[in-house]
Design a protein around this ligand. Structure first.
Ligand code: FES
Length: 176
């Protein structure tokens, strides 16, 4: 039964009893369940965790911000991961991250306003031979350069615009 909540992903419809059945009452376990369900930790649900477990909200935020696994913001439909592990770092992964951040007009760890893309910097993705590496929408792109990253991202965004009803909302910066 998954993590034990109902099929609805609307945080207002969150069924606590089901979650509590499948989890122990530790805050960390509940946060894992909520993150799995929503792909982030909605504020309203965190307030309920505080109430139900008798834990101060500030302590819940401390845990939520300590572990990288948890996110306080909704993720984009398409996730972009730039690797900052050693092999990628020495091959200028920072410049690639900066270029993608510039193209999307977002900081690392954020999501575009239209909800299409989120950008995250992660540690070694386990494919160091391909360094520097970027993963866009689950697809690995190795030996990246800022120019290649721009090309790959624009091509992905072009596909999205062709196939997505929200094409006019895309905020990607198409200026070179
Ligand atoms: S350091 Fe980037 S894939 Fe290993």
């Amino acid at each position: 039964m998954g993590i034990g909540v109902n099929e609805k992903t609307d945080e207002k419809e969150f069924i606590w009893e089901d979650l509590l059945e499948s989890r122990d009452m530790s805050v960390i376990s509940l946060l894992h369940g909520i993150q799995e369900r929503f792909d982030y930790l909605p504020e309203q649900v965190l307030r309920e965790v505080a109430e139900k477990t008798g834990t101060p909200l500030i302590e819940i935020y401390r845990i939520a911000t300590f572990y990288k696994y948890f996110s306080l913001n909704p993720k984009g439909k398409y996730k972009i991961l730039t690797c900052s592990g050693t092999a990628c770092h020495v091959r200028n992964s920072e410049q690639i991250t900066d270029e993608i951040s510039r193209l999307l007009n977002i900081e690392t760890g954020s999501t575009t306003e239209d909800g299409l893309y989120s950008l995250e910097k992660v540690n070694c993705l386990g494919a160091c031979a391909l360094a520097p590496l970027v993963v866009i929408d689950h697809e690995y792109h190795g030996n990246m350069t800022p120019a290649k990253a721009q090309q790959v991202l624009k091509s992905h965004n072009g596909e999205v615009e062709r196939h997505c009803a929200c094409k006019n909302n895309s905020k990607m910066n198409h200026e070179g």
